[in-house]
Structure formats: C-alpha cells, structure tokens
Design a protein around this ligand. Structure first.
Ligand SMILES: C[S@@+](CC[C@H](N)C(=O)[O-])C[C@H]1O[C@@H](n2cnc3c(N)ncnc32)[C@H](O)[C@@H]1O
Ligand code: SF4
Length: 376
C-alpha cells in the first residue's frame, strides 16, 4: 500500500508565516498542469503494481484548481495506478475557495476528505497572518462543506501566535469543537526564515510568546479536545471516531509514497527524493525530459533516526520488535540506553514492547527525540 502526494504550487497571496513552496503568479498554471500530468504518467512504473491507499492534494492552494482540473488529474492516476476501493482522497482547501458551487461540484470527484486551512477564528489573528478569509467565512466554509455532504473534514489551527492570550486560544479551540468536525490539526507557530513573521521577529516588531504560555496553550488544547471526544494520535493531530488522516499515518508508518509537482518529496523505504523547489526549473525539466529531483540514499543510521522522528510522535510509538528486526543490534542498545532516563522520569512509558510518550513527555518531545538520535 502506498500514497500519492500532489503539490499545487499556487497561492493567491502569501501568508506571513508560511514557507511552503508556492508562487502567486498564476500565468504558468496551464503549463504546470501539463507538466504534472507528464510526471504522473512517467513515474507509474515506480510502484511495481503496489496499490494506492491515499491521495493528498497539498500546497500551495489546491482549492484554486477547477473541479474539472481535479477530475482530470484523478482520472489520469486512476488509469495508470491501482487504486484501493476505499481510497482516501484529501484536498487541502482555503476557506475563501469553498464557494457553494465549488462544494456542490466536489461531489462529482473522488475527493472524500477536506483539510480546511482555518488557522484561527479570530479576525485580528487572521489579518495579522495575512489570511484571505475572516472568521465568519471560516465558519461558513466548514458548515457549507458539511451541508454539501463532505463527511470527513479536518481543520488546521495555529497557536503560539504573537500576542495570543490563553483566553484567545481557548475561544478558538471551543469554536473548533462546536463545529463538530472529525479531525483537528493544531500546530504551534514556527518562525521560518524568509517569511514576513520571521523578519518582524528579527526587527522586534513582534515577539515570540513566552515558553510557559505556549505550553499552557498546548495543555489547554489537549484537555479541551480530550473532553470533547478527540483522540490525540500524533503531537499535532486529533481525531474523533478513529478518523485519522490515513495519508499522514502512512508517512509515520514509513510506507512508500510518490510526490508529484515542484518541491514534492517521495520515499521508497531506502531512498528519499525531492523534486526541485522551482516551478520554472520543474517546467523546463519536464519539457526537456531531464532530471527534476535529487535523491538521498538513506544509510541505516538515517533510517533509524527517521524511525525515531516518525514513530515517537504518534500514539503507536516505537516498537521493540521493529527495532530488532530492522536494525543492527547497536541501534537497539543505543536506544535502550538513551530511553532509560526518560522511562525513570516517566516521560516515556513502556508496555507490550512499545515505547510511547507520556503526557509529560509530549511537552518535551523535541528534547527526547534529540537524545534518541544516533549520531556517529
Ligand atoms: C500547506 S499549509 C496550507 C494549506 C492551505 N493552503 C491553507 O492555507 O490552508 C498546511 C498547514 O500547515 C500549517 N502551517 C504552515 N506554516 C506554518 C507555520 N509556520 N507554523 C505553524 N503552522 C504552519 C498551517 O496550519 C497550514 O494550514
Ligand atoms: S498557508 Fe496556504 S495559502 Fe497561505 S501561503 Fe501557505 S500555502 Fe499559501
């Protein structure tokens, strides 16, 4: 079972926190779609007949595509690849694109999951992030999708925003719960170099939230979502009734995936490959049929470190038998030695030969991960 990721590299405007690869120049959209279709066709041999369990349209802003364009891409994948019958097909969507007519026509596609980029229900936050929607539009887009019959809806929220109080964040979380969605992804703001927020931070125009307030916001999130029936199955991801993101779960389980489009990543257990993060270079390479990606062959140490990062984050944890079967004994010995002090301090729990973060461990997961990393 494998996954397909499709990167749609266009945004109408750029948000102040975002460093995903995107362009605001839609002039090359038609050429991009032709190039993308070529890539989808060229790479179909890479899966050796392995079936596809999930397709994820990410970006950039996939909801800038027309329904017919989405259908053409999905049709091409359907003809070249073997799709599982109950395949999960997710579209990342911005609230301002989810118009009534778009949502109505969504039913004519195989999209069965929407990941809506709400980010906040506070107009001041939304404005400061340079989002194109306001709180009312965010709420209406979610309700509109529900009325249109989309049964699997996830929303994205960002916390740890400059000047965001605990009460502001609480209002956001309560609003998210009230909307009765199946899934919530809540990310702490990261300041990425090259973004407007990063420049504001460096020039002193905005300040990072104090660590204690960030932690209090995280704790509030965990408590409120738990009481509302959400299960935290990954540090930033929460689902009701086991409506996990199958696509992301497969990443964490280190299943194979193909990434199409500029900046998209692919993984086949032993190699990591990433497409060039330039639409111009991607188009040129597609035209000239030359290489548009770089590949890194993963050493055993890389694979062990990857396993640490992906597994520790999830409720499924780090499996003793998996370590034993897949890695040289020195890695398991190293892991056990490093894990020891966190087992004693109860930041890690051990049961059924699986190591998992405890709630306290979640709060210092970066530090634990760092210490579980094998560096020779
Ligand atoms: C590819 S992005 C956005 C998808 C879509 N274009 C949108 O704007 O809703 C996926 C998610 O990553 C999160 N994200 C992006 N940059 C972030 C940052 N610097 N800090 C925290 N979360 C971030 C946002 O919640 C965003 O919805
Ligand atoms: S958050 Fe979404 S809409 Fe905003 S710049 Fe990033 S990809 Fe584009």
């Amino acid at each position: 079972m494998a996954g397909i990721y499709i990167h749609i590299p266009f945004c109408k405007t750029k948000c102040h926190y975002c460093d995903f690869y995107k362009s605001t120049d839609f002039g090359a959209k038609t050429d991009f779609l032709s190039a993308l279709k070529k890539e989808i066709d060229w790479r179909k041999h890479e899966l050796d007949g392995e079936s596809i369990a999930s397709i994820y349209f990410g970006g950039g802003t996939p909801s800038v595509l027309k329904i017919d364009e989405i259908n053409e891409i999905l049709h091409l994948i359907d003809t070249g690849y073997q799709l599982e019958e109950d395949i999960e097909v997710t579209l990342e969507a911005n609230p301002d694109d989810l118009t009534e007519s778009f949502l109505e026509r969504l039913n004519s596609t195989r999209i069965n999951r929407l990941s809506i980029g709400t980010q906040s229900f506070n107009d001041h936050d939304l404005k400061s992030m340079n989002r194109r929607h306001n709180s009312r539009q965010a709420i209406n887009s979610i309700k509109g999708a529900q009325q249109a019959g989309v049964q699997n809806i996830s929303i994205d929220l960002i916390y740890g925003l400059p000047n965001q109080t605990l009460a502001d964040w609480e209002t956001n979380v309560e609003q998210a719960i009230a909307l009765d969605v199946q899934h919530i992804s809540a990310y702490h703001l990261t300041y990425h170099e090259g973004t407007v927020f990063y420049d504001y931070l460096k020039s002193g125009k905005i300040k990072e939230l104090p660590d204690e307030l960030s932690l209090d916001q995280f704790k509030l999130l965990l408590n409120r979502l738990k009481s509302a029936g959400f299960e935290q199955y990954e540090i930033s991801n929460f689902a009701r009734n086991e409506c996990y993101s199958r696509h992301n779960k497969a990443y964490w389980e280190r299943k194979k995936y193909l990434g199409f489009g500029p900046s998209a990543h692919s993984f086949d257990h032993k190699n990591r490959r990433w497409n060039v993060s330039s639409l111009r270079k991607y188009l040129q390479a597609m035209e000239a049929k030359t290489s548009f990606s770089e590949t890194e062959i993963l050493s055993e140490q890389d694979q062990y470190n990857d396993y640490m990062i992906t597994s520790l984050r999830t409720k499924w944890g780090i499996s003793g038998p998996y370590l034993k079967e897949n890695f040289d004994p020195k890695f398991r010995r190293f892991f056990q030695k490093q894990a020891e002090k966190y087992l004693t301090s109860k930041h890690l729990r051990y049961a059924d030969d699986v190591y998992r973060l405890s709630t306290e461990g979640l709060f210092i997961s970066d530090k634990i991960m760092e210490e579980l990393f094998f560096i020779e």
